[in-house]
Every structure is written in structure tokens, then in C-alpha cells.
Design a protein around this ligand. Structure first.
Ligand code: NI
Length: 220
């Protein structure tokens, strides 16, 4: 049992941006890494996925909690390990909720596939091919991004899609835009990625102010 520290942005950005290497054989070291990921994620009740680089291991392994969109917080949590995951097919791109344990308190809306066909190895080292749909596909896609040094803020298209969650006086979760904080914390410059501080021309007033959309604050 080893709960590892989760690397945070921006402090550990260099490590979070590093591309990960494939696992060659499910040896003791690989099995220990998977157990560390599970132990660490188990310590975060609002986390639904964790990638090896988030605990400083640059190997292509992620852990996901499938069915998290349907489960209540009390449900026993089952984690699935995906080793050397390779996306064979991605479809049904849709805007959805996103967040990350490396960005505590920060959430956003990103466009990700809601259908993914994946190959890889399970934690016994057995090859598999499997389809993930809905929010499961979003979680898997988010975690695989980590293996290539891609973070969810790279997939934010508009500043107003990034927010913190706070409670209003009635206890309801509300979105508080973080544009002003971001201009100091996050700089553009991820080549080929949507620029975070480049505000888009389209104006959607409903997204500007704090909205009261109910959100399940899961993080990955
Ligand atoms: Ni993440």
C-alpha cells in the first residue's frame, strides 16, 4: 500500500508534460505501479481516474473508475488498469465536464469523444480490445492524454469554459469563472493546441456569469 503524492500544475508542469514510455512486460515494478495508482486514487473520493505521470512515473499506465457517472459516492469503487492503451477509433465528439486531480479546484468544459475503441494490456499483461462509451470514454480519453503530456486545460476552447465551483448561500454548486486568475497562472504556447488565453469572438452570455448547472465534481 503506497499512497503517492499527486503532482500539481503549475509546480510540477515539467513532469506532467513529459511523454511516457510503453511498459515492456508486466513485471513486479509494473504491478507495483498499478497498485500505487489504485491506492492513490482510492484516497481521493472525487477522483475518477489517474495516470502514471501524475505520480511521477513516466510509463503508459492509467487507472479509471468506470461507470462513475451513474454511481453515487457510497458505491464500492472498482478501478480498471489500462496498460499501453492505444485508441483505435474515436467518435461522438461532445462537450462535457472535465477536471483533474493535478488541478485542484479547477474545472472546465472540453470536447472529447464519447465513443472510444481501445486496445491495450490489462493488469495481468493480457491483450484486450474494448469499447468505452459516454462519460467512461471521456475519462479514458483524459487519462490517455496524460501519457502524452496533454492536460485538460489544453483542450479548453474558450476562457469562459474554465471555472471553479463554489456553493451559493442555498448550498447549490455554482460556477465561478476564473479568467482573471488564469491570465496570471497559465500562459499560451502549446503549439497546435487551443490557446487558453485567446478569447474566442463568439459571445454566449449564458456562459459568462456563474451559472447554476448542477455538476458532479469528479476529477481525473
Ligand atoms: Ni487528469
Amino acid at each position: 500500500m503506497a499512497i503517492k503524492e499527486i503532482l500539481k500544475y503549475p509546480k510540477n508542469e515539467a513532469a506532467l508534460r513529459r511523454k511516457c514510455e510503453p511498459i515492456h512486460g508486466m513485471d513486479r515494478k509494473a504491478k507495483r505501479l498499478i497498485q500505487d495508482l489504485k491506492d492513490t486514487l482510492a484516497g481521493h473520493s472525487n477522483g475518477v481516474g489517474l495516470a502514471a505521470p501524475q505520480i511521477g512515473a513516466h510509463l503508459r499506465v492509467v487507472i479509471v473508475q468506470l461507470g462513475s457517472a451513474e454511481q453515487s459516492g457510497e458505491t464500492r469503487r472498482n478501478f480498471t488498469a489500462l496498460v499501453n492503451p492505444l485508441i483505435l477509433e474515436a467518435d461522438r465528439q461532445r462537450r462535457d465536464f472535465d477536471g483533474c486531480l493535478s488541478f485542484p479546484g479547477l474545472f472546465g468544459e472540453t470536447v472529447r469523444p464519447h465513443y472510444i475503441r481501445l486496445s491495450g494490456l490489462d493488469e495481468q499483461g493480457e491483450p484486450f480490445e474494448r469499447v468505452f462509451e459516454g462519460f467512461d470514454a471521456v475519462v479514458v480519453h483524459h487519462e490517455i492524454d496524460h501519457l502524452d503530456g496533454v492536460l485538460f486545460i489544453d483542450r479548453i476552447e474558450r476562457m469562459q469554459d474554465l471555472y471553479r465551483l463554489e456553493k451559493d448561500p442555498s448550498g447549490k454548486s455554482i460556477r465561478v469563472p476564473v479568467s482573471s486568475i488564469l491570465s496570471r497562472e497559465i500562459q499560451p504556447g502549446n503549439a497546435g493546441k487551443p490557446g487558453l488565453v485567446r478569447s474566442s469572438g463568439s459571445k454566449d452570455p449564458s456562459r459568462d456569469a456563474a451559472s447554476s448547472t448542477p455538476i458532479k465534481p469528479n476529477r481525473k
